[in-house]
Design a protein around this ligand. Structure first.
Ligand SMILES: [Zn+2]
Ligand SMILES: [Zn+2]
Length: 346
């Protein structure tokens, strides 16, 4: 089979290797689509190394189909469409026991430490199957849609914490795939009244409107703070979701929020960075500041459900497709921010 291998940072290779043979308890997936995200670039260029094993097959937004099951596997059948919850947690540590298995002290991730989806086949090891990370769909959906269960699950984890609700004004900073998914969640799950999406790219502002934004703003041309004030009769936003790791946005988000507002630093910021913030914005407005990193198995289960129901629409998100044989073309497109999201199809 054709498989990507990341030997070390900036040394990605496409190789031919044997299809993994499922041992007792293992399940073999035939990969049908793997979508790429910004983290894949950071894994490739070495700016993300934690948990990354030299020689790993990258790819953590995975859609496949069960091709074979090892001895003793129950509850899964050949032919079922499936994906994995990529966080394999210990289920024993403090985080795991506090409903935060995705922040486990001893976790392993598909596409980082465990071979991921940029190959024709992927083995789901027996211990991972036993932990319930392998999840099947209940209706057939396009593989490029199912692959989004990973980013959607992460967004649902953030969404639960910033708690957008009916009638809210939600401001979303950034309209990449993550910003567009939060836009869809705010529009379709929360029933927000106003969704204001800020992005410099006209194409991405256009995509935001398709995803349910009621207003879009080019922050290089329009005063975003004034825009939000006008749109809310001076009250400010109920929810602000930061989907770009720009340090200046840390305080911008606190400023845009109104009394009792919720601010999510959903994007990661550069490692070790610090930002200047006015803590009185949190104090006097009683803001709730949250984040979001990875997702639980139940978030993935719910992500599959919202993708199956059509509540979240993959069409405006997955804009480009590449064959696995053109892996480097796919990574180049990702680096050049071509379209919105890149899918790789074996
Ligand atoms: Zn990702
Ligand atoms: Zn744990």
């Amino acid at each position: 089979m054709l498989s990507a291998v990341l030997h070390e940072p900036n040394h990605l290779e496409l190789v031919t290797r044997d299809v993994p043979e499922p041992g007792p308890g293992d399940v073999l997936l035939k990969i049908e689509a793997t979508t790429l995200c910004g983290t894949d670039i950071r894994i490739l260029d070495g700016s993300k190394t934690a948990g990354v094993r030299p020689g790993v097959v990258p790819g953590h937004e995975i859609a496949g189909r069960i091709a074979a099951v090892g001895d003793g596997v129950v509850g899964y059948a050949v032919g079922q469409q499936a994906t994995v919850s990529i966080v394999v947690s210990c289920n024993r540590c403090r985080a795991c026991l506090n409903d935060r298995e995705h922040l486990c002290a001893d976790l392993a991730l598909f596409g980082y430490g465990i071979d991921g989806g940029l190959a024709e086949y992927m083995l789901v090891p027996a211990d991972v199957v036993a932990k319930g990370n392998l999840m099947t769909t209940s209706v057939e959906i396009p593989p490029t849609t199912l692959a989004l269960s990973e980013p959607v699950s992460c967004c649902l984890n953030g969404f639960d914490q910033y708690a957008a609700g009916p009638g809210d004004t939600v401001v979303i900073l950034g309209a990449g795939p993550i910003g567009l998914l939060h836009t869809q969640l705010a529009a379709r799950m929360a029933g927000a009244r106003q969704i204001i999406v800020s992005n410099r790219s006209a194409a991405r502002r256009e995509a935001a409107l398709v995803c349910g934004a009621t207003h879009t703003v080019d922050p290089s041309a329009t005063d975003l703070a004034a825009f939000v004030r006008d749109a809310t009769d001076g009250a400010g936003a109920d929810v602000v979701v930061v989907c770009i790791g720009g340090l200046d946005l840390a305080n911008v988000a606190l400023d845009l929020a109104g009394i009792g507002g919720r601010v999510s630093y959903f994007a990661g910021f550069p490692k070790g960075s610090t930002a200047v913030m006015d803590p009185n914005l949190v104090h006097y407005k009683e803001l709730v500041v949250t984040g979001g990193s990875n997702a639980r198995r139940r978030d993935v289960r719910r992500a599959i459900a919202v993708l199956e129901s059509g509540l979240i629409d993959a069409a405006p998100i997955v804009s480009h497709q590449f064959p696995l044989s053109d892996l480097f073309g796919a990574y180049d497109a990702l680096k050049q921010r071509t379209g919105v999201k890149i899918a790789v199809l074996p």
